[in-house]
Write a protein that binds this ligand. Sequence first.
Ligand SMILES: Nc1ncnc2c1ncn2[C@@H]1O[C@H](COP(=O)(O)OP(=O)(O)OP(=O)(O)O)[C@@H](O)[C@H]1O
Ligand SMILES: [Mg+2]
Length: 330
Amino acid sequence: MNILDVSKLSVGFPSRKGMIHAVNDVSFQLFDNEILGIIGESGSGKSVTVKAIMRLHRIPPTVVKAEHMIFEGKELLTLPEPEMTALRGNRISMIFQNPMSAFNPIMRLGDQIGEVLISHKARMGRKEREEAVVQAFEEVGITNPHVRMRQYPYEFSGGMLQRAMIASALIARPSVLLADEPTTGLDVTIQEQILQLIRSLRDRNGMSVVFITHDLSLLAGFADRIIIMYAGCIVEQGLVDEIFYSPLHPYTKGLLLSIPSASSDREADLFQIKGQPPDPHERAAGCPFYERCDARRKECSLFRPAEIAVTETHKVSCFAAGSGKEAADV
Ligand SMILES: Nc1ncnc2c1ncn2[C@@H]1O[C@H](COP(=O)(O)OP(=O)(O)OP(=O)(O)O)[C@@H](O)[C@H]1O
Ligand SMILES: [Mg+2]
């Protein structure tokens, strides 16, 4: 069963140079209890996509369009704002990419995090709420939680604040967690601890996770499925093994080749995809990867390839991959 079903989501930002097409016709589902990784280079539309699900874009000026965006049977596109507020932080919560901007600088962290519980679990008393914050801090490895919860954001280091944000996102035990690069900038041991926490909450309480990252290798042992975004489009999606062992899109293949392996740690050995992503002001008729693609053909510049289902779970938007020729050499 899916808990979230997004169909043909597009997000545009008007600018003086014209519309910035940040997300173009993105469709995907999030299933019960799964960890879905979203990967793509900077500017590919990962954050804009999850913010659209949380309805965090200011409309207008931002233009958000979709066929539907259904969460637990509710159409998020038209849900009245009070009901949306009741979902946010409670049923669906988000870990933001920039923890500093997510907290109120003049409010104690424990009070801010506890606020989620005031609004959603009205019957919880102060003492109980404080206990919940202490427990949430302990879960993410914040030591001295009784002291820490009385501190302000500026008294926390970046990494600590990141953990406080994760605590805040998880405290109400949401059914969907949208985690936008939650471990970027944290050292490896803490990163591993946080991945384990997310996984154990998923296993114990049931939770579906969208996990955004730049790091494809991190997803290998962590995610169930992976979506690959390029220039605001989903170019490929599939189970972790399908992406790692039978990638079909030339961009996915390039990403896999650029993962440093244990045997080649020299920068010079790393494969780099040449060229730049297209200007988001210009929405070309053809495939967004055309300019950088080694396998391109004439039709690729004329038409955008439709998504082809190679298996029930593995889908790709590429003319070359669909012909069987590409599929044979993977
Ligand atoms: N509020 C905004 N106004 C105008 N353009 C925006 C706004 N937010 C995002 N964009 C543009 O939308 C595109 C997608 O941005 P997004 O933040 O989703 O990228 P991302 O994949 O999350 O990148 P990163 O990995 O760097 O976080 C980019 O071209 C970005 O400049
Ligand atoms: Mg982002």
